[in-house]
Design a protein around this ligand. Structure first.
Ligand SMILES: *[C@@H]1O[C@H](CO)[C@@H](O)[C@H](O)[C@H]1NC(C)=O
Ligand SMILES: *[C@@H]1O[C@H](CO)[C@@H](O)[C@H](O)[C@H]1NC(C)=O
Length: 258
């Protein structure tokens, strides 16, 4: 009888250990800092690039983009994505500079690790999701683009690509940005399928990702990534699951000896 109970307890113990050892989130990356996502043009690892082009130059001390990518980021219909910003007539230069900066951040930043997610897409294995974009950066982007024109509120999907360049699909009319993106959040969050989330914080707070920054003061996004990475790891232990096996493991030996 005692023998049977012991066997059952050992089975229970084995099950509890197996349960505790299961990964809590299989998609989670182990490295969240100083990383490049596994996407179309990113380098494998961040490193210095002293010749980064114009708007991408803030990242030259440590970048996930090559010089070539930084040059292409400034072109219309570049080889990067064959994306035409001028799909509803000329995009105002004041507006376009935000799209160039957005491309530089996406291609060059080594500080987006906490928001990298795996995806099942033909052209990339990873994407960013809900990067907390500084409120002021999003507001300015929206204001400077209000008067330019577009025909869609999500620029990731639904284009007519038959010509090799994105064109407005049948039935999508060209209207002002403001009519497709009524608020700054509609633009920054809707544009790339929630790659960004508009943060409550503003530039200089150390709590939101800056698309624009002065590299003479260092890259402010390093601290932001560290903050969210540590918030993530300390919050990652599910206390319900974690606490139960531990208490059982501590009590079991006493019980078996008794
Ligand atoms: C970047 O590289 C691509 C592919 O090799 C090439 O087609 C393109 O011309 C290059 N761009 C620049 C600016 O050198
Ligand atoms: C964002 O800011 C508003 C106004 O200051 C405040 O009421 C709200 O609680 C803040 N939200 C977060 C998530 O910090």
């Amino acid at each position: 009888m005692a023998r049977l109970v012991t066997t059952q307890l050992l089975l229970l113990l084995a099950w509890v250990i197996a349960w505790g050892a299961q990964p809590t989130a299989s998609r989670a990356r182990t490295e969240l800092l100083d990383v490049c996502m596994d996407a179309k043009h990113h380098k494998e690892k961040p490193s210095p690039e002293d010749k980064l082009h114009e708007q991408c130059s803030p990242w030259k001390k440590k970048a996930c983009c090559s010089t070539n990518t930084s040059q292409e980021a400034h072109k219309d219909i570049s080889y990067l994505y064959r994306f035409n910003w001028d799909h509803c007539g000329k995009m105002e230069p004041a507006c376009k500079r935000h799209f160039i900066q957005d491309t530089c951040l996406y291609e060059c930043s080594p500080n987006l690790g906490p928001w990298i997610q795996q995806v099942d897409q033909s052209w990339r294995k990873e994407r960013i999701l809900d990067v907390p974009l500084c409120k002021d950066n999003c507001q300015r982007w929206w204001e400077d683009c209000r008067t330019s024109h577009t025909c869609k509120s999500n620029w990731h999907k639904g284009w007519d690509w038959t010509s090799g360049v994105n064109r407005c699909p049948a039935g999508a009319t060209c209207r002002t940005f403001e009519s497709y993106f009524p608020t700054p959040a509609a633009l920054c969050e809707g544009l790339w399928s929630h790659s960004y989330k508009v943060s409550n914080y503003s530039s200089g707070s150390g709590r939101c990702i800056q698309m624009w920054f002065d590299p003479d003061q260092g890259n402010p996004n390093e601290e932001v990534a560290r903050f969210y990475a540590s918030a993530r790891t300390s919050g990652a232990v599910p206390c319900g699951v974690g606490a139960l096996p531990l208490s059982l493991i501590l009590v079991l030996p006493l019980w078996l000896l008794g």
